[in-house]
Design a protein around this ligand. Structure first.
Ligand SMILES: [Zn+2]
Length: 310
């Protein structure tokens, strides 16, 4: 028994020394917090995303080299109306990369970023780099081209924070871009089959998809904007939207289930009562989804609804 204990002790010492040598080598390769490029301690890059769809893409691009904190993930929270917390501010002060949307969508982020200045931190604002921005419409993440531009900017920031892993990050970017192809193909298929179909829409968010697919949104734009901005639509606009449903002019009703008012709920109920298929869409990514699966689920639901009315 004594001899066994002795062997175990020797093994323990060997393992301990081995671990210390390994840790030493790891830090020799990745110099930690004092690195010139701002490489964070232990090589983990801290990302804070205002909304979870940006955080999801950062996680896909950074893999196990990043830790991601999303400020808005809860599908019951309307990002248009969000009030930030002290914890949000602390996370942003400590972050290496901060992702927000801009375009007046998450103005609370501007305040948090300004409140904790940092020379090393990269701030990526999607609305500033998106190639396709619709007028008075901050929902740029619903545009696939826009997300490709955001992904490229995130990759650049990752490479700058951790140059040793540049090849990995570039490869992840290729994988991400390739993964958008089925979404682009699905939109092309819907366009080919259903372009020109009249649809209703409660909020501006889905114009980034209805436009490229050539769907004919009948709901007044001023109605959609009022709902997005938390204002009351005019009585005239509400009447028009109601008539379009009562007269079954719209074949599908696309409903933002995360930016809801009694007016949008009434329209949804009326659509159901009139046998018009309702397609829910959300501001932020549902739990358990990726950006890609979220977009694809909504497109599949839309395609099914359009097929039922053709
Ligand atoms: Zn919105």
């Amino acid at each position: 028994m004594k001899r066994t204990a002795g062997i175990i002790a020797v093994i323990a010492v060997v393992l301990l020394v081995g671990t210390l040598v390994f840790i030493n080598q790891k830090f020799a390769v990745q110099p930690g917090g004092n690195g010139a490029a701002g490489t964070p301690d232990g090589g983990i890059i801290k990302v804070v995303a205002a909304e979870n769809f940006y955080g999801n893409i950062a996680a896909q691009l950074g893999g196990d080299k990043v830790s991601v904190r999303n400020i808005i993930s809860n599908p019951d929270v309307d990002p248009h109306e969000y009030e930030s917390s002290v914890q949000d501010g602390i996370a942003i002060a400590d972050a290496n990369i901060v992702l927000d949307n801009g375009l007046q969508y998450d103005t609370w982020m501007d305040k948090l970023i300004a409140a904790s200045p940092s020379v090393d931190r990269a701030v990526i604002t999607a609305g500033d780099i998106a190639p396709d921005v619709l007028s008075n419409n901050p929902h740029v993440w619903y545009g696939v081209n826009n997300m490709m531009a955001v992904a490229r900017a995130i990759t650049d920031a990752l490479v700058k924070a951790d140059p040793a892993d540049a090849a990995l990050f570039q490869n992840n970017l290729s994988i991400f871009n390739d993964s958008l192809a089925p979404i682009i193909a699905k939109m092309g298929g819907i366009k080919a089959a259903y372009a020109g179909t009249p649809v209703g829409l409660t909020e501006t968010i889905y114009l980034y998809q209805t436009g490229p697919m050539g769907l004919n949104v009948l709901t007044p734009l001023s109605f959609e904007r009022a709902i997005a901005e938390g204002n009351d639509p005019s009585a005239q606009d509400v009447n028009i939207a109601n008539q379009q449903i009562a007269n079954k002019q719209v074949k599908v009703f696309i409903y933002n289930s995360q930016t809801v008012t009694p007016i949008t709920t009434n329209l949804q109920d009326a659509a159901v009562a009139n046998g018009i298929p309702v397609v829910p869409v959300t501001e932020t990514m549902p739990a358990g989804d990726t950006y890609q699966s979220w977009m694809m689920d909504e497109l599949n639901a839309l395609e099914t609804a359009l097929a039922g009315h053709h």
